[in-house]
Write a protein that binds this ligand. Structure first.
Ligand code: IVH
Length: 783
């Protein structure tokens, strides 16, 4: 056998295998670009050796056999494929063939030829579908399959929300077969993968695979839950023609309710086509869906008929492809980078490869869970994907190409920068009264500011515009200050002298003076800015603002117990633990101490935020202890019955049974029988009181309470506290909370959006408080 023949057989076997994986399993193992290369190699070899072409060669077929699980459907009009153009020359060649085929006068170097009208459309990256309408009703949906026989996916296409089940208007042919692409938007794809990850399911490498995998589901409920969309680009069989151009057809179909591309345009001549290609190419990253090229079709249907078909492709249409977004390369190594919060992140070092015009030699691997999910080994051949402007990603391992000496990826035991231990982070979850700690996906270097990488990043963050806003300290300067040993914590910035910095690279007399002035000017930050600048893991600007507004002093923020922090809006237990552990760290305490010694004066400190003080009740506290089988109702009953936490802890069994049913009472008993639980609960209560929370006894001795005998009404939306909390607070003060306004109402609390109740209150001349006034009222001493 000749070398050519051997290679041809090899290529056919390989292409057959990839065809099967792509069309039948929806699980391609190589990127399209690689498939195209193999395909072109085979085509070229067959062109050189026409005697070796056989009918079963992949070059002679379209797509692949239908998956037997679905009923088979015969396409009356075959569903064909498109020829590809990869550059302007291919496109001009196509245009020349069209003109020739239509007997139009050819142009010369200076143009002058007849201009053919082309329709221009994006080439959506999804899967081709045929929709058959009879008398306006959708009666069948089918995949392309091998072009002649597809699969009946009628049930599934009906779940795609923008496919009309009945055509709009009137005048449609009795038999109308619409063809187009089912695809998934980029946003839909991201949402689906996030949901799959959260549910422990498999994720999809790209939107095309996700769309194909979703549409060809035997369980149509799964299809229905997936964000699929349809875009129509042509016709199959029709009982009656209704336009004489392709664009005319699409516009008419749109009138009948069919979604068509927003980017559909008419081009006059090849120059217009090339402009369209460039325009869409520039906007490719910002389009909401993925495209792998644009499609040009001769607009006149008469001309299309004249040109006809050649093997698997129409002569009147072509796909002008964009550079592929996925490519194959080799994983040379995995290195570990250390970020500001100490997260040790695996980064793929790749054999450089051009992906969509950019050379890629690194890709993020996110975390070790991702490495495990991909099943990645060093030496593997991997698929790299560059979607839009995002950082390149490794989406898949090509297992067939794993070398014998591939090595597993291990997280280092010690930080590659400072040599400190690397520990796995823990996730704290609470359910049924127990905190369970599980392993997180992130590993962290425990070196904190003693780790050069973290120190540099921490200082870059500390000085940044939204943090301490120290101008004149770029990344390079920070690196120098750290490398020269001039700065080993953010506090050291405040001891820098002119002599120390003036000789550094990039500094001169003026810039040194300016920097020292900027540092001096940063000494009176708002508390929120300062908390944000500290760079506590998971504490962004919003959380920093909440902490500052609610606790109103650095000292309280530093001391706050994790459970107390969870009283603040939007702070969950995990973030609470991060905050607590940050301030418990001796080194961090030292740095904060130094910052204050060196003249930092925090602004906006003072009394505890009124909303926080007003948002706590004893019932709420007991509820937050998460005693098994005791919900908010049970917690409230305990508060009313015993009036203090100590009272609940010391309650005798009979009293307890009066407050709660047996099962709950037992559970409360068991909970407080553990001295740790009792101690922790009392510590939380003590801190809340210490911070200025002042709930009165919640025992139902209504007389003598400040609001005894009053009826209050809450209306509109409350933003500073929940309605339940407001109600509980009023009730604990002895008030009754009613749903309707009458002459007997003492006061109405009206939040934004208050309607008829507020009107009535005003008519009756009742006292009305807005939410701020209400919160201020609740935080008065004695209330
Ligand atoms: S026309 C006979 N138009 O690309 C012409 N195809 O390789 C048939 N595609 O299977 C196709 N967008 O799945 C056409 N605007 C568009 C398209 C489009 C995406 C897909 C389609 C087809 C493949 C051709």
């Amino acid at each position: 056998m000749t070398a050519a023949n051997t290679r041809i057989l090899e290529l056919r076997a390989e292409l057959d295998q990839h065809n099967y994986r792509y069309h039948v399993l929806d699980e391609p193992s190589i990127p399209d670009a690689e498939y195209d290369r193999l395909f072109r190699e085979l085509k070229a070899l067959e062109a050189e050796h026409p005697e070796l072409v056989t009918a079963d060669s992949p070059t002679q077929r379209v797509g692949s056999t239908a998956l037997s699980a679905f009923t088979q459907v015969r396409h009356e009009v075959p569903m064909l494929s498109l020829g590809n153009a990869f550059d302007d020359t291919d496109m001009r060649e196509f245009d020349r063939r069209v003109s020739e085929g239509l007997d139009l006068p050819a142009g010369d170097l200076f143009g002058g030829g007849a201009e053919v009208e082309y329709s221009c459309e994006p080439k959506l990256d999804g899967l081709a579908v045929s929709l058959l309408y009879q008398d306006g009703y959708l009666v069948r949906g089918a995949t392309r399959g091998d072009g002649t026989t597809g699969e009946d996916i009628s049930v599934n296409v009906r779940t795609v929300r923008n496919i009309p089940l009945k055509l709009h208007g009137s005048g449609w042919p009795a038999v109308l077969e619409v063809r187009g692409e089912v695809f998934m938007s980029k946003a839909g794809f991201d949402r689906l993968n996030e949901a799959q990850l959260a549910a422990g399911g498999k994720t999809f490498a790209n939107p095309r695979n996700a769309a194909a995998g979703s549409l060809r589901q035997l369980d149509s409920k799964i299809t229905a839950s997936r964000p699929l969309e349809f875009c129509c680009y042509g016709l199959g069989q029709v009982s009656e023609e209704f336009s004489d151009t392709h664009i005319g057809n699409l516009k008419q179909l749109q009138q009948w309710g069919m979604p068509i591309s927003h980017e559909l345009k008419l081009a006059r001549g090849i120059a217009d086509c090339l402009d369209y290609y460039r325009d869409i190419g520039e906007r490719r990253a910002s389009l909401p869906y993925e495209i792998d090229g644009v499609v040009f079709k001769v607009n006149s249907l008469a001309s299309q008929r004249e040109l006809g078909f050649r093997a698997r492709e129409p002569r009147w249409a072509i796909a002008h492809k964009f550079p592929a977004m996925e490519e194959l390369t080799e994983l040379l190594d995995v290195e570990f980078q250390v970020g500001r919060t100490g997260a040790v992140t695996p980064v793929a070092r790749l054999k450089p490869v051009k992906v969509a015009g950019v050379t890629v030699s690194n890709a993020t691997l996110h975390n070790m869970d991702e490495v495990a999910r991909l099943g990645l080994m060093i030496g593997d051949t991997v698929i790299i994907r560059r979607a839009g402007d995002v950082i390149p990603q490794v989406v898949q391992v090509v297992l067939e190409r794993r070398p014998g000496d591939a090595r597993p990826v291990h997280i280092p035991e010690r930080c590659p920068v400072c040599g400190s231990h690397v520990e796995r982070t823990q996730l704290v979850k609470r359910s049924k009264g127990r905190e369970t700690i599980s392993e997180g996906a992130v590993y962290r270097c425990v070196g904190r500011l003693a780790c050069g990488a973290q120190l540099k990043q921490a200082i870059i963050h500390f000085v940044s515009r939204r943090a301490m806003d120290i101008e004149g300290l770029g990344e390079k300067s920070v690196e120098q200050l750290v490398d020269e040993g001039l700065v080993s914590s953010p506090a050291d910035l405040y001891t820098l002298t002119f002599e120390q910095i003036v000789d550094l690279e990039g500094f001169a007399e003026l810039s040194s003076k300016n920097l020292l002035q900027a540092i001096a000017d940063s000494k009176r930050p708002a508390l929120a800015r300062f908390i944000y600048a500290l760079g506590i893991p998971d504490v962004g600007e919003e959380t920093a603002k909440v902490l500052a507004r609610s606790l109103a002093s650095l000292e309280r923020v530093q001391r706050a117990l994790p459970q107390v922090l969870t009283y603040l809006p939007d702070i969950g237990l995990e973030v609470a633990y991060e905050i607590h552990s940050f301030f418990s760290d001796a080194h961090n305490q030292q740095v904060i101490g130094q910052l204050l010694e060196r003249g930092l004066e925090l602004q906006d400190q003072g009394e505890l935020g009124a909303e926080f003080a007003a948002s706590t009740t004893l019932g709420g506290l007991i509820d937050k202890l998460h005693i098994p089988s005791v919900g908010p109702g049970g917690a409230q009953k305990l508060a009313e019955k015993f009036g203090s936490l100590q009272g609940v802890i010391e309650a005798d069994w009979l009293d307890m049974r009066q407050a709660l049913p047996e099962k709950q009472a037992k559970s409360v008993r068991e909970f407080f029988d553990s001295p740790d639980n009792a101690r922790a609960a009392l510590a939380i209560e003590a801190q809340l009181r210490d911070f200025g929370m002042h709930w009165q006894s919640e025992k139902k001795t209504v007389e003598g309470l400040p609001l005894a005998g009053q009826t209050w009404v809450l209306t509109g939306s409350l933003e500073l506290m929940s309605r339940d909390v407001a109600k509980a607070r009023l009730e604990s003060l002895g008030a009754k909370v009613s749903g309707s306004v009458s002459g007997k109402t003492h006061c109405v609390v009206a939040g934004p959006g208050a309607g008829s109740k507020l009107v009535k209150a005003n008519e009756l001349g009742l006292k009305v408080l807005d939410e701020e006034a209400f919160v201020a009222f609740l935080s008065q001493p004695g209330i």
